[in-house]
Design a protein around this ligand. Structure first.
Ligand SMILES: Nc1ncnc2c1ncn2[C@@H]1O[C@H](COP(=O)(O)OP(=O)(O)O)[C@@H](O)[C@H]1O
Ligand SMILES: [Mg+2]
Length: 264
């Protein structure tokens, strides 16, 4: 037991020293993601053998930082929600209409934990439905560990926004195949679909960022679906696609905002 604690302690010291190193040469890692509770959470994940070290930052978003984790020479994406800068109004709005999360959240930390477990459950559901999403590994409190989307050397793939596909229409058709499964088999509506949340992995799409995704019968699902379709149409139009909104709807099995395979 003592040995186990010593081992975990060593791992966390490694995490902290990596973080210090990073802080020294890269001020981008805000110290607010490594608050005491987050460190404790990372400690637990290291102790449970999910990560050995955190090595470098992939992205700093509005509410979350995505870092690169390493375990047995394999890379993982570690998404850490920052307690300080999360949009609680938005989180409450999406969590409220979801029967999987009945509990009321008076506490910000609890709400973030529900939000993270919602992202985990959505990924699990989509992964099982055969949609190309990062495989979820585990989630604990405000931290989510995911399959790393990138190459074996640890270079992350870029999103469509920063790495537009070579053949835009061909790529969009692949996205529509994934989104068909997402909606009709996963029975979820993404809710934030855009060129920022589709990765381009060697010209194959991987759909990410599903924390706000809702089940198709959620009262806000119809509105989100329409917004997703508009964003997808516009983002790909900007990249040169000629595929129209109507064609996109047809590919997704949607007519007049209604998913034909689901009675919503
Ligand atoms: N599994 C992953 N593998 C590699 N990079 C990832 C992974 N998930 C996210 N990223 C990178 O991190 C960025 C932010 O992730 P995202 O889930 O979209 O969070 P945010 O809420 O900050 O938008 C993405 O645009 C992508 O560049
Ligand atoms: Mg995103």
């Amino acid at each position: 037991m003592d040995q186990k604690i010593a081992k975990a302690d060593k791992k966390v010291k490694k995490i902290i020293s990596e973080k210090r190193k990073k802080d020294a040469d890269d001020r981008k890692v805000g110290s607010d993601i490594f608050d005491k509770r987050t460190l404790e959470t990372l400690y637990k994940l290291a102790n449970k053998n999910y990560i050995d070290i955190l090595n470098g930052e992939i992205s700093t978003g509005k509410e979350a930082n995505v870092l690169k984790g390493i375990k047995d020479d394999k890379y993982y994406a570690v998404k850490i929600y920052r307690i300080a800068t999360s949009d609680f109004k938005k989180m409450n709005f999406y969590v409220d209409g979801d029967h999987r999360f009945r509990s009321r959240h008076s506490n910000k930390r609890q709400l973030i934990n529900s939000w993270v477990s919602k992202e985990y459950k959505n990924l699990e559901r989509l992964y099982k439905a055969g949609v190309k999403v990062p495989k979820p590994i585990t989630s604990l409190n405000n931290v989510l560990i995911l399959e790393f989307i990138g190459d074996d050397e640890g270079n992350p793939a870029k999103t469509v926004k920063y790495n537009p596909p070579k053949d835009v229409d061909e790529f969009l058709l692949k996205v529509l195949n994934e989104m068909y499964k997402f909606i009709n088999n996963g029975k979820l509506i993404h809710g934030d679909l855009s060129a920022y949340n589709i990765m381009n992995l060697n010209e194959e799409p991987v759909i990410i960022d599903v924390s706000q995704s809702v089940i198709y019968n959620n009262p806000i699902a119809k509105e989100l679906l329409d917004r997703d379709i508009n964003n997808l149409t516009n983002d790909f139009k900007k990249l040169g696609s000629k595929i129209t909104k109507e064609e996109i709807e047809k590919h997704l099995g949607v007519k007049d905002g209604i998913v034909l395979s689901l009675k919503n």
